[in-house]
Ligand binder design. Structure first.
Ligand SMILES: [Fe+2]
Length: 288
């Protein structure tokens, strides 16, 4: 199986890992789950993190074919439009983005000008879809549960699992957002864990874990099956669902959920500006 080169970029404020994945033979690359920096107190965006990805792409002389999102993130804003403008690439996400747009279109009371058909993206992936990264074969798994639109991108021997699994010592992602479901997440995780045992898994987040002082974001199917504290082999769906639902009840909303979803459901584009070019975000009370 072909082995792409994978470079992770860790964003400390949002605990997010963005990736530049490339085919060593052709220099074709994909950027996965990019971050636009956001100071929520000042409502100010910044491109420092995205610029690091761009610098890496240029330094390695990569040709960006794809800009991929594993899902509509609730904890950071995507830099996809900024990256596309600077380095190109086809913007892809799962086709169930339409379900997320429908749900959050209502929550944010968006008018009819907000299209709920995924048209803000260039490519909507379905389960089983295939694509190429240079000479490397890639395929897509629909892995819902954390959100309805979550996808796992399998590129050669590397799978980008978004927010399904975390490191074995931390477990799994929450499943309590609108459209999330713990049993569905369990089944999606089993699908990921049925990939070949040596498959490298690249996670979208890390929060360290008790007893671990450094961030980590790469593991393998074999390691997760043997050691994941929430879903290692032998843990039943019923046990997982009971644990996940109990734990989710204790979690507060992510700090950036309101700006993130409002922007990310538009493919990372800001809501339309007013006549003077000013952009505003909404804060719906008691809806999240
Ligand atoms: Fe997420």
């Amino acid at each position: 199986m072909t082995r792409p080169k994978v470079q992770g970029f860790f964003d400390v404020p949002s605990n997010t890992v963005s990736y530049v994945v490339s085919d060593p033979e052709t220099g074709a690359a994909a950027v996965i789950d990019s971050v636009l920096d956001y100071d929520s107190a000042a409502a100010r965006t910044d491109t420092a993190s995205a610029d690091k990805l761009i610098a890496h792409v240029k330094q390695e002389k990569l040709r960006v074919q794809w800009i991929l999102e594993t899902h509509v993130h609730a904890d950071h804003i995507s830099a996809a439009p900024y990256l596309q403008e600077k380095i190109g690439g086809v913007l892809g996400i799962g086709e169930k983005i339409m379900v997320v747009q429908e749900t959050f279109g209502k929550i944010f009371n968006e008018g009819t000008e907000f299209q709920r058909d995924g048209s803000q993206f260039d490519r909507l992936f379905r389960d089983g879809d295939r694509f190429k990264l240079g000479n490397i074969d890639a395929n897509v798994l629909h892995t819902p549960g954390h959100t309805p639109a979550c996808m796992t991108y399998v590129i050669g021997d590397a799978a980008f699992v978004g927010d399904t699994l975390f490191m074995p010592d931390f477990g799994t992602a929450r499943a309590d957002f609108p459209g999330g479901d713990a049993a569905t997440l369990y089944r999606s995780i089993r699908k990921v864990l049925s990939l070949p045992p040596q498959t490298r898994l690249f996670l979208c987040h890390d929060y360290k874990a008790p007893g671990r002082d450094t961030y980590a974001w790469e593991t393998t199917v074999a390691d997760e099956r043997a050691n994941n504290v929430h879903v290692k082999d032998g843990i039943s769906e019923a046990e997982f669902v009971a644990m996940r639902e109990a734990r989710d009840k204790t979690l507060g909303a992510p700090k950036l959920i309101l700006p993130s979803i409002q922007i990310n459901m538009r493919g990372g584009n800001m809501p339309p500006a007013d006549d003077e070019g000013n952009v505003f975000l909404k804060v719906p009370l008691n809806r999240i």
